[in-house]
Structures are given as C-alpha cells and as structure tokens.
Design a protein around this ligand. Structure first.
Ligand code: N01
Length: 561
C-alpha cells in the first residue's frame, strides 16, 4: 500500500486514509473501486444506510423504477460486467437495481472498505496539516488527504413546511424514506402530496390497492408513457455485441442517452409532418419526446407551445371527466423545463372511481394537516395514510448538510447561501482536495446519471494520479476560474426557457432557496462538457492551483483562460 505521493503508507504519513468517500451509491462505489484498485490508495467510505445503493437503497416507494433504459443505466467501465448482467425489463424496479449494485459491491469486493450506518456530520480542513478531518454521528474522526462527497443530487428529502404535519394521527411517509418492509394500503384512505416524477410512478400503484386515494396537486405535469416491458432478447444480444459503440455514443451524446434532437425547427414543419414525428416519439416511450424532439423546443416559446399542445391533447383524450382533464393539464410553464415524468397509466388512474384530484389552483391549496387528514380549500379530507412525494432539496442540500469547513475556517453552507459556486461542478475554491461527483454546475441530473458519474470518477482518479506522479499535495480551484465557470453556466441557461419555470432545477421548490439554475446545460451537452474537462486536464489542470510538500511548499498556479 502506498500513499498518494507514491511513498509507502507507513513513511511518516499523518493521514489515516488517503481518501474518504462519503456515500456508497453508484458514484461512491465506483470511486472506491477506482482509487483503491487502480491507484492502490488507502480509502474508506462512510455510508449512512445499512447497505450499498444510495438512491436505490432509500427510495422504495411503490412503483419506484428507473426512468433510463436499463442497458445504459448501469456501469459501463467493465466489459465483463456488461456481458454477464441481464436486466429483466426496459426500466427495472428499485429492488432489481439494488440487487445489481449489491452484485457490483460483491464482484469488486467493496464492502470491506465501506463503513455502514455512519452519517458524516462534519468535514473540516486543517490549514497546517493540509488534511481533512471527517466526523460521523457514531463518533468517528478520521484524517484524510482527499475527501470526495458522493452524496447524490437528490438525497436530502424536502419535508414541506405544512402546518400541523406532526399532528396527524395516521401514518405518514416521505417517498425517499420508505419503510423497508413496505406499506399496506389495503382498505385505507390515502392522500398523496405532489405530482412529480416520484408521485407519477407511485399514484397508479397505490390506487390499485387503496380503498380511496386523494391526490393533492400543486402544479400539473406533462407526462409521457414509459412503455416498460421485457426487452426483445435479439435487441439485448445486439446491444451486448455493440457495447463499445453504445458506450462511445452515450459518452458523446447530449444527455447520456442514445437520443439526439431532430436537427430542424418545429416551426419550419407542416402540421402533418410534425404530428408524425410526435407519434413516433410518443410510441417509442421514455425520454425521446423530451430529449430527441425538435431542436428549438427549449429555446422558443412558440415552438414549445406547438409541442406542448400535442401532450395536452393526449391528456384530454385519456381522462374521461373534462373538468379533471383541465386540472391535469399544465398551463403555467413551457414543456420540458421541469423534469419529464415517465408514466404507466398515470392519467388513466384518474378515471378510477376510488381516485380524486384536489388541485391547488382550482380547489384551493393545502392549508394544514389535521389529526384526521388534510385541509385544502376550506375542506377537510379524512385520511389514514399520507404519502409525501414532495421531492428533494436538490443538488446543494446534500453538500450543505455535511458540515464542510474549508481553508481559513470558511463554511460551505454559508458561502452557498446565494447559490452554489464551483469550478466545473467538480471542485470549489477554498476547499482543497475536495471533489464533488455530479455536483451542482455539472450536467448531473440533466443526464443519464451513470454516464456522468463515470466521467467524474475517472477525471478525479486521473487528477489524483497526476498529483501523485508530480508529488503535489493539494489541488484547489482558483476563484477566478470558479467565477468564470459560474458566469458560463448562467449565460448558457439564460438562452433557454428553463430559468422562467418554478422547478427544482431552479431551486424554486424550497422556500427561501436562492433562484439559481443548479445543473449545467452545456451547449454541447455531456459530450461537450467531457471534452472541456479533458482539455482542462490536458492543459495541466488549467484553472486549478496546486501546492506541494505541505505548508510553505512551492505553489504552482495554472491560470484560467
Ligand atoms: O420531486 P419533485 P420527485 N405543497 O420535486 C409538490 C428524480 N426521480 O420526488 O411542482 C404541495 O419533482 C411539487 O409541486 P410543484 C427525478 O429527477 C427519478 O417527484 O413544486 N405540494 C411537485 O408536484 C425527479 O425530478 C426517478 O408546484 C408540494 C412534487 O411535490 C426527482 O427525482 C424516479 C409542496 C415534488 O416533485 C424529484 O422527483 C422518480 C408543498 N409544500 C424521481 N412541495 C428515476 O427514475 C412540493 N410539492 C431515476
């Protein structure tokens, strides 16, 4: 075992570990494998859960499944793993994805280096030793050269600040903190708050079991059918034979899928021509309608209206009651500027006799939770179970909660009060040797996550290998590079329709959260972003500052452009 500078671990090293990774989901697991098995570093992982899986460990609500096609919602770094694993469906359920991640943990022997049931509560940089001290809620305090929060973008639950929540006498569950032994809805009156991607998956499932389901909707959503099912074995065989090609295509693509925009403006098409294209995307199911539509969809309100009209007609054609159909039809924001939920019988569910919709704008908003149910628009809805599907304090929440204090005692939670500031969504000025995986201001949630996770893990690994080769002690984003990156992220998104919508991408779902676009919607997508990160590395880590040999050592500055 050697330390990060290539010296034997025992040769006067002060750190307990070369690296501490926080979280054992998709990103933390690959980060561990990569640093431990490629660079031979001494690494430990702290994981709050009692098992691996991250998102897939916690989100066990009925209907939970991935929205990306399974053949690309997986690790692609290991050719044998790609060949040996077989998914049962186009969009596998939560328990199957969790089984896959458990299989990966066994296959790469990760568990011995993961400390389960330990939540990190503080991460503090020491200016003198240039080491991080990581503390957990179980009393651990370990020192490490590098810290890599692999905490996911959607892992801090948003508990809505609704009056009376704790007074409810029945059972109440947030979808992301679901009981491991499930919830029995039989003969129960159930209320669900929220109609985002989670609720769109859960509502049809709960409605099948519950005596009655009341859906409390604040904003209606544009939904597209998932079209889940078994994948034709011949298609699977062909994909497996061409995984090198698949991998290259998703890496170079805009969103990490085998999907590309139609290189044409919808406003230049005839109604017949575009209706045919819309039908094709609708029939294909999945994200095609969102991410492979006409190229002006995200830029022109007029173009967007044409596309949204197709989806509105679909809602009206499925929902029998015209009043309910109107309530379910989005009218206040452009299509695609909120995350696209994929559905299986979502709108059809509102035709069932045991399902009712309470819409905030027409029936009145939720006023309070009472001991017996939910009061909205002056009326009380009696309930036995409340399901809270109100999402997450996305992207910044998980990082702000870690108690991160960087150089000179600066606190990340304070510095980000007006929104995240990062360089490439990978590093933060004032926080040396701390890397974020799929952090704010990187493509992250606007991509097929495993593609972006692998890119970040591989970039970070190569960066640490570079430091090792060159005997460098710390790396830190320069404030100038960080400012320029922040300005670029804002400039790019401001040319689209995204900033005008109250979405969690904008932080608009959390009261008091600054209105900032949180991910990066690069002009060339994840492919362009990957090339940018590679170029930064090729230019000697442009925009980063290195030190060597500890405090007082040589400072190497590589200026930003
Ligand atoms: O959360 P959301 P989610 N009172 O924030 C409403 C990923 N995901 O858990 O739209 C009343 O999207 C809120 O209303 P509004 C995916 O990236 C992945 O559904 O803010 N209502 C909205 O309807 C997704 O985008 C998969 O007006 C309140 C809902 O609650 C992300 O997770 C599957 C409220 C929250 O929707 C989050 O989805 C599922 C309040 N106080 C999800 N506060 C995969 O397939 C909020 N709402 C991998």
């Amino acid at each position: 075992m050697t330390n990060v500078q290539g010296q034997p671990q025992t040769a006067g090293a002060k750190a307990d570990f070369d690296a501490v990774i926080i979280g054992a989901g998709f990103s933390g697991m690959y980060m561990l494998h990569s640093l431990r098995d490629k660079l031979d570093l001494n690494v430990t992982v702290f994981e709050a859960g009692d098992g691996v899986g991250g998102t897939w460990y916690w989100n066990r609500y009925p209907g939970a499944r991935c929205d990306s096609d399974s053949y690309i919602y997986c690790y692609t770094f290991d050719k044998n793993l790609l060949q040996e694993w077989n998914w049962s469906e186009r969009y596998p359920e939560q328990d199957e994805i969790l089984r896959y991640l458990e299989h990966c943990a066994e296959r790469f022997d990760l568990k011995p280096d993961i400390q389960f049931g330990k939540r990190v509560v503080e991460v503090v940089f020491d200016d003198d030793t240039e080491l991080w001290t990581v503390r957990t809620d179980k009393g651990d305090a370990v020192r490490a050269r590098f810290v890599i929060p692999a905490v996911g973008a959607l892992s801090t639950a948003n508990m809505p600040p609704i009056k009376g929540l704790s007074s409810f006498k029945g059972k109440c569950y947030h979808t992301s903190q679901w009981p491991h032994d499930g919830v029995d809805f039989t003969a129960k009156r159930v209320g669900i708050i929220g109609t985002g991607a989670t609720a769109v998956q859960a509502i049809p499932e709960i409605a099948q079991q519950a005596k009655h389901l009341t859906v409390f909707q604040r904003t209606p959503n544009f939904c597209v059918p998932a079209r889940n099912g078994r994948v034709d074995p011949e298609v699977t065989k062909a994909r497996k034979a061409d995984y090198d090609g698949v991998r290259q295509r998703i890496k170079d693509s805009f969103f990490g899928f085998e999907l590309n925009f139609i290189p044409k403006a919808v406003l230049e098409t005839t109604p017949e021509e575009r209706e045919q294209e819309f039908d094709k995307m609708w029939d294909a199911g999945g994200f095609a309608f969102w991410l492979a539509n006409y190229q002006d969809m995200f830029f022109s309100k007029e173009a967007n209206d044409v596309i949204a009209d197709y989806l509105k007609r679909k809602i009206r054609s499925v929902v029998n009651d015209p009043v309910t159909a109107e309530k379910l039809t989005p009218k206040t924001y452009p299509y695609g500027t909120k995350r696209q939920p994929l559905d299986t019988n979502y709108f059809e569910t509102f035709n069932k006799k045991n399902v009712a919709l309470v819409d905030a704008s027409t029936d009145g908003p939720i006023e309070e939770i009472t001991p017996n149910g939910i009061r909205a628009g002056g009326k009380e809805y009696p309930l036995d179970i409340i399901v809270i599907a109100t999402g997450f304090d996305a992207m910044t929440g998980p990082l702000k909660n870690l108690g991160i204090n960087g150089r000179d005692g600066r606190a990340l939670a304070q510095e980000w009060e007006d929104g995240p500031q990062t360089y490439l969504g990978l590093a933060i000025a004032g926080y040396p040797n701390l890397f974020t995986i799929t952090g704010p201001q990187s493509p992250s949630v606007l991509s097929n996550m495993p593609v972006s996770i692998e890119q970040h893990v591989e970039w970070i690994t190569e960066c640490i290998a570079h430091m090792r080769r060159n005997k460098l002690t710390t790396i830190e984003a320069s404030p100038q590079a960080q400012d320029e990156w922040g300005a670029h992220v804002a400039e790019v998104v401001n040319s689209t329709l995204m900033p005008g919508t109250n979405s969690w991408y904008m932080g608009a779902n959390i009261e008091g959260k600054p209105r900032r676009f949180l991910p990066y919607l690069g002009p060339e997508g994840v492919g362009g972003y990957r090339r940018k990160c590679a170029e930064v590395a090729e230019k000697g880590y442009e925009g980063f500052v290195f030190t060597s040999q500890g405090q007082g050592g040589t400072v190497h500055t590589i200026a930003a452009e």
